[in-house]
Design a protein around this ligand. Sequence first.
Ligand SMILES: O=C(O)C1=C[C@@H](OP(=O)(O)O)[C@@H](O)[C@H](O)C1
Ligand SMILES: C=C(OP(=O)(O)O)C(=O)O
Length: 444
Amino acid sequence: MKNELLKIHPSASLRGSVTLPGDKSLSHRALLLAALADGTSHIRNCLKAGVTEAMIECLQSLGVALEIENGAFTGSADLTITAQGMSGLTRPEKPLYCRGSATTLRLLAGVLAAQQFESTLDGNDRLRMRPMDRIVKPLQQKGAVIRTANGNAPLFFSPGRLNPSEHVLSVASAQVKSALLLSGLFTEGKTLVFEPHKSRDHTERMLRILGVPVSEWEEPKKGYAAEVTGPVERIPALDLKLPSDPSSAAFLVVAGLIVPDAELQLQDVCLNPHRTGLLDVLISMGANIRIEPSPDIHGEPTGNLYVKSSTLAASEIRGDTVTRMIDEFPIFAVAATQATGITVISDARELRLKESDRISAVAEELTKMEAKIDTKPDGLIIHGPVSLKGADVDARGDHRLAMSLAVAGLTAQGETTIRGWRVLEDSFPHFPEMLRNLGADVQW
Ligand SMILES: O=C(O)C1=C[C@@H](OP(=O)(O)O)[C@@H](O)[C@H](O)C1
Ligand SMILES: C=C(OP(=O)(O)O)C(=O)O
């Protein structure tokens, strides 16, 4: 098949300034809250990629009117969304298909659990393998009526009455926390969620700027609390310009560090403190990254990043840092192959439950490029620095693995070919083009 392979050759230099697509997590929340708002919302710089297209299609099936203003597939789009308020969604005629996006499915679950109509949430084969009990059980505890296929998608929702509830999560998860807080908007009384480490708090921040109070505190035994009180009668229409995605920025940050003569500027990146784990870790490893903060955008810290080629030293990562860089481990592993010493990642069992088993997949694919990586049940041990060798590698249906392998290819001797690379269109459709514009030798 034509264009089946992405081919990468080593790059001596990478230079330029880029604006990345809108943040994936913020785009999901903005779309969903706009679908519950009163009237017409405007979302600028919304991520326009596979995962948000899934959310857009699901919302259209729920009766929400969406217009994509600039139309072009640029990685971001300006959207106009017209909705009928908190009780304005309508019964979908067919199952809502979330492709491979757990964020889409889990956030929607929180809202569908509260509707007075039946609906079904489903996804692709990989999403059907990911654990959904983590949202289904607490939502059932609140009174939601949900049937599953053994704790996995598809999820079948029937009308139920939601009760106030308290949940103590065993693993920090912004998707689970957000699903519960969203269901709390439809619950008479309090919905309270504790998590052991604080995960990204975009839902809390966005609800607050829309005038919905969210209380947060910390308790010694139960952890970090987030609480909403419902029912919320009305959400005003949104008018938001979203900052760029730090998880997409991560690929260019690492490319800028490991390519020999590199100097990159990344504009308007979301710097929510629960997303900046990778930057903190890389800086502690000696990375030449300058962060220039700009004024907050709609309650989210934002800034420009300046990255230059660097010499890295190995690091140990565990605990809440894992939560703060949960999507960045595939690309972090590439950086660690170039760092002097042994990098150890622990407490990261969750990585086995993402788009791929990111512990095995990262180790196996980078080993094909002659990286020295051992796996543990809860993480990776990476020995560096090694001279990577170009190889024939596989994205395994995981957008973040595809882009990480492409960045590894920029420093590998010879040619790296990536099978199944188009999966990167799930979150960053213009990544290969952007790399090429910065001076990389990338072909497809
Ligand atoms: O809430 C979100 O937007 C997300 C939360 C994280 O998942 P978990 O909640 O499963 O940790 C992250 O991996 C995902 O890409 C986006
Ligand atoms: C894990 C991810 O997404 P999701 O859980 O939404 O599929 C990701 O984007 O890296």
